[in-house]
Ligand binder design. Structure first.
Ligand code: APR
Ligand code: PHB
Length: 392
């Protein structure tokens, strides 16, 4: 087997990269070690920046997003006694969209299987090789158990945090890792109930952070800050709804409850691995970096990475120019660190550490963001998405 770009991992990063390259005449093969059903059932976050929406539309996978996505004009920041709306159009002239990452992945897979480049599910033993040469290859075992070799010009490691690509990059470069784990986790639920709010609510509360999000006019997505060691079995539906109602409590407002269809505990970490390239192996998305979900940046960062990477690979493979490939890692990392800071800042401002001094600093910061246009604008610009290329 031979292709120009071998792509490891069919998450949003790998699937979108394949699509962007196909539109510019570059062949790809995508290798995914899970089944299609598994990949399409994974529940992830759901806020898309305008750049992400535009990129998906330009890639020809924006129709359902246009129909079913919900455009949002701001968020509420809440702390006891106050729920303050930040209006993004007024602060920075932009908006965001609510559309689940799961739906983005379904749309990309449908487009790929409808005459797009090969996408192989259920492969195993995936290994990038000879990445320091101009003819790297990927060894893998196909779904029938037959060993295969995919010869490539370039390999894209879009295989997420637990993938095989990052160790290969780290093994051959003077690289560096940065990691921050947080002493809290999110208990997330999906519920068949209309959202009780027009915009997302990010709530600081003495008992811990809570977030009211949504997926559609009839499905709500809500989160509670919990201890990372928390056992999900100890959270009955009643206990979850009571905690949510307490943390979002506001005079004259009511939280609507309904059947919970999914619940899980999500860990929170920040992680960055640099460089995002070794020879002919390029990393993008969660394979290179993780942000805590408070800033809603994970998917948007993955899309920004592959937008930069697609242009770099077109230039490398069609025009034989190495400049964009050589600067890819630095340009991607400039944005990664900005989003890493924003996600850390939102997380630090909103989660209870249990320390009263921390709490007063957080409340002071929240009052500042809600009371100062320039402080609010800084949040709005970061939340709705900064320009693609932030390199100096
Ligand atoms: N071989 C092939 N595929 C693999 C391997 C492997 N060894 N290891 C992992 N994969 C697959 C995973 O099963 C997954 O489908 O790679 C894919 C990686 O997808 P994601 O984890 O969704 O990562 P990415 O595409 O970078 O998207 C980033 O996902 O985790 C969220 O918050 C994050 O929204 C962000 C987005
Ligand atoms: C979500 O809808 O899942 C969601 C929204 C905003 C976030 C994180 C997750 O900051």
């Amino acid at each position: 087997m031979r292709t120009q770009v071998g792509i490891i991992g069919a998450g949003p990063a790998g699937l979108l990269l394949s699509r962007l390259l196909a539109l510019r005449g570059i062949d790809t093969v995508v290798l995914e070690n899970r089944s299609r059903e598994y990949v399409e059932a994974r529940i992830r976050a759901g806020i898309l920046e305008q750049h992400t929406v535009d990129t998906l539309a330009d890639a020809g996978v924006g129709d359902r997003l246009q129909r079913e996505g919900l455009e949002h004009h701001g968020i509420y920041l809440q702390y006891p006694g106050t729920r303050h709306k930040l209006s993004f159009p007024e602060l920075c002239g932009r908006t965001v969209w609510v559309y689940g990452q799961t739906e983005v992945v379904k749309d990309l897979i449908a487009a790929q299987l409808d005459g797009g480049p090969p996408l192989l599910f259920d492969v195993s033993d995936v290994l990038p090789e000879d990445v320091d040469t101009d003819s790297p290859r990927i060894r893998f075992t196909d779904a029938d158990g037959v060993p295969q070799v995919l010869e490539c010009d370039v390999i894209a490691g879009t295989d997420g945090f637990h993938g095989v690509s990052r160790p290969v990059v780290a093994g051959g470069t003077q690289g560096k890792l940065w990691e921050r784990t947080y002493p809290y986790a999110w208990l997330g639920i999906l519920a068949d109930v209309a959202p009780s709010t027009d915009e997302l609510i990010y709530a600081w509360h003495p008992d811990g952070f809570a977030l009211h999000s949504m997926r559609s006019p009839s499905v709500s997505r809500l989160y509670l800050q919990v201890d990372p060691a928390e056992k999900i079995e100890e959270w009955s539906d009643d206990r979850i709804w009571t905690a949510l109602a307490d943390r979002f409590a506001l005079d004259g407002w009511e939280l609507h409850t309904g059947p919970i269809t999914e619940k899980s505990v999500l860990p929170m970490r920040s992680f960055v691995s640099a460089p995002m390239r070794r020879g002919r192996l390029f990393l993008a998305g969660d394979a290179a970096h993780i942000v805590p979900p408070t800033g809603a940046k994970g998917l948007n960062l993955a899309v920004a990475d592959v937008t930069l990477l697609a242009s770099a690979l077109v230039r490398l493979l069609r025009e034989k120019q190495t400049d964009l490939a050589d600067s890819y890692s630095d340009r991607a990392l400039a944005r990664v660190w900005r989003c890493t800071h924003f996600s850390w800042w939102m997380t630090s401002m909103l989660h209870r550490s249990g320390d009263d001094f921390d709490a007063e600093l957080q409340l002071s910061q929240l009052r500042r963001v809600c009371g100062s246009e320039s402080a609010a604008r800084e949040l709005a610009e970061n939340y709705t998405g900064l320009p693609l290329d932030l390199s100096p």
